[in-house]
Design a protein around this ligand. Structure first.
Ligand SMILES: [Zn+2]
Ligand SMILES: [Zn+2]
Length: 331
């Protein structure tokens, strides 16, 4: 069976149809630990302190292709109609960014200096993949204590695909509509209003705000948004911004792991799609002004309830923000 991306024309959503595989056979050795580099596919890039050769120990952050990826760069991009349906070959990339050589590290234990390196690596990989005009969109996700995870070594995942992620497409549309109507970026407006209102503001630094969104899908959902407008993470990241963001992530994850009981969470970094990709004329003509890169973290204390796509949230975000503000201050 050849895997493919299929679009449901009634929902307007894409589904990846692929046979189940077992992934890399696991031994009692962690394939992501230093010394076991031969157990992973060859590395794409790594930060190395002493000029040590690729695929040997001596790295601090190491990027490898996922062994059994959903999306592959070697595949040709095939776009075709099957009767009334659309299908696409899953051309793209799935990369794992190993965040530390230390197996026991977690998002909370990585610390500021290591988070800063990881952020630079995110930027470097996004810039590199955006040179490929068949890649339209990229997301970086990072889970902690994921149910069913087979490897506990700390890593982030970068997924690059030939279409816009469904969730991102919806955001891009909303941001553009807001901009068409008001000539302002909705995220910039949110930042201004939340700083003034304070009740959902968790933390504010010179370059970032951390806040509970007005209508969170899950209790304790948190957004980290740069205060200076930029649509693309990899272009908007300066040295000062990287160290400030690293300190915020380290502090927030320490608070989650400590005073808030170490819940499962998923972090997603949203950056602008690949503007070099072939698109319809005018499709993204205002994206530099209407979209704003950001990070979302969704901790799961309880399973999420929803019906017909509407989420039910039993903790008001004003209350969640107050708790997190206090926990962060005293942790
Ligand atoms: Zn390990
Ligand atoms: Zn903005």
């Amino acid at each position: 069976v050849i895997p493919d991306l299929r679009k449901d024309p009634t929902r307007g959503r894409w589904v990846l149809v692929r046979p189940r595989t077992d992934g890399i056979p696991l031994t009692d050795q962690c394939p992501f630990c230093p010394g076991n580099e031969a157990l992973t596919p060859p590395e794409i890039v790594a930060y190395r302190k002493d000029g040590s050769p690729p695929d040997t120990p001596g790295w601090s952050v190491r990027v490898i292709p996922e062994a059994d990826p959903y999306f592959r760069i070697e595949r040709p991009l095939v776009r075709e109609g099957v009767g009334l349906y659309d299908r696409l070959s899953p051309r793209g990339a799935t990369e794992l960014i190993l965040e530390s050589p230390a197996h026991e590290d977690t998002a909370a234990r990585l610390g500021e200096a290591r988070w800063e390196e990881v952020l630079w690596m995110y930027g470097e990989r996004i810039r590199d993949l955006k040179r490929d005009v068949n890649i339209r969109d990229l997301l970086i996700t990072r889970r902690h204590r994921a149910p069913g995870a087979r490897i506990s070594h700390p890593y982030s995942r970068l997924t690059a695909i030939p279409i816009i992620f469904d969730e991102v497409r919806r955001k891009l549309r909303e941001c553009r509509e807001y901009y068409e109507y008001k000539r302002r970026c909705v995220y910039c407006d949110i930042i201004r209003q939340e700083i003034a209102a304070e009740e959902r503001l968790i933390r504010q630094t010179e370059r970032f705000v951390v806040l509970s969104p007005y209508a969170p899908q899950s209790p304790s959902e948190v957004w980290i948004v740069p205060r200076q407008h930029h649509c693309a993470f990899e272009e908007g990241l300066s040295g000062e911004a990287a160290s400030e963001l690293a300190a915020l992530l380290a502090g927030y994850f320490r608070t989650l792991a400590g005073r808030l009981g170490d819940p499962y969470f998923e972090m997603t970094l949203y950056t602008a799609p690949n503007l070099a990709a072939k698109v319809l004329p005018g499709e993204w003509s205002t994206i530099a002004d209407d979209y704003h890169w950001h990070i979302e973290v969704v901790p799961e204390f309880h399973p999420r309830a929803r019906m017909g796509g509407i989420y039910v949230n039993e903790t008001p975000p004003e209350e969640a923000a107050r708790q997190l503000r206090e926990a962060w201050r005293s942790s």
